[in-house]
Design a binder for this molecule. Structure first.
Ligand SMILES: [Mg+2]
Length: 237
């Protein structure tokens, strides 16, 4: 068995996000707009918005409506739960300013690992639960070249969201590789690991802490991908 393609999740796999990343970005933007709210209040509003979004079918429309429409709705919902009357207008402002307030730094080993994979002649790609346009902005901010990736798939590509195995199957069919020739690396057990596994792809969970889950193939950083796929190829030779 030879590995021909390695696919990655984006957030917290290639690009570093802090734990309270979304809430903190939200707070930074509100502050710049002259609206002062504590992080505790914002976290509460996120939870309430999350509960309400289930009734609004915001999750089921994710990837099916435009990026702008999705995030305007979400941002407005959070602002409503923060008690802000003009939440619809302000929600649009938050969305339009979002990436000006986000740090998109890749983890230290990312560039080296991606270029090594390319040098070995492997195909590389991204499958993210973000919109394609967001992935492109993130790559640009992180100084990772769009063109280096053989495929970039977001929630709007086939209007499906991880862990739906169809999104993984779509990626490998486009790359013309078999599931058993493909490795997928992500940081989320449900969306990434199980999603890839259900499509018959070799799944790896990246967990940069000391945590290990016994039944899950876990790596501590992306460098381990290089040795693992070398081993896989050699065993079958
Ligand atoms: Mg992730």
């Amino acid at each position: 068995m030879t590995v021909k393609a390695v696919l990655f999740d984006v957030g917290n796999t290639l690009i570093k996000y802090d734990v309270e990343f979304f809430e903190e970005v939200f707070q930074r933007i509100l502050t710049s707009l002259g609206v002062a709210r504590s992080l505790v209040d914002i976290k509460k509003a996120f939870l309430n918005a999350d509960n309400e979004s289930r009734n609004l079918h915001l999750l089921s429309s994710f990837g099916k409506v435009t990026c702008e429409e999705h995030w305007n709705t979400w941002d407005s919902l959070v602002l409503k739960h923060l008690g802000i009357a003009e939440h619809a207008e302000l929600g649009k402002a938050v969305h339009s300013m979002w990436f000006d307030y986000v740090d998109c730094a890749p983890f230290p080993e990312v560039k080296e690992v991606l270029s090594e994979l390319k040098q070995r002649g492997l195909k590389i790609g991204l499958i993210s639960n973000g919109y394609e346009e967001e992935i492109h902005i993130i790559l640009e901010k992180a100084n990772l070249e769009n063109a280096a990736f053989d495929i970039i798939i977001g929630v709007d590509t086939i209007k499906k969201v991880k862990p739906n195995p169809d999104i993984f199957r779509y990626a490998i069919s486009k790359l013309d590789v078999k599931p058993e020739e493909t490795v997928f690396v992500g940081d989320n057990v449900e969306a990434d690991y199980k999603g890839a596994e259900n499509a018959g792809i070799h799944a790896l969970l990246v967990d940069r802490t000391e945590k290990r889950q016994s039944d899950i193939k876990t790596i501590k950083n992306l460098r381990e991908v290089l040795s693992l796929i070398r081993d896989k190829s050699q065993k079958s030779e």
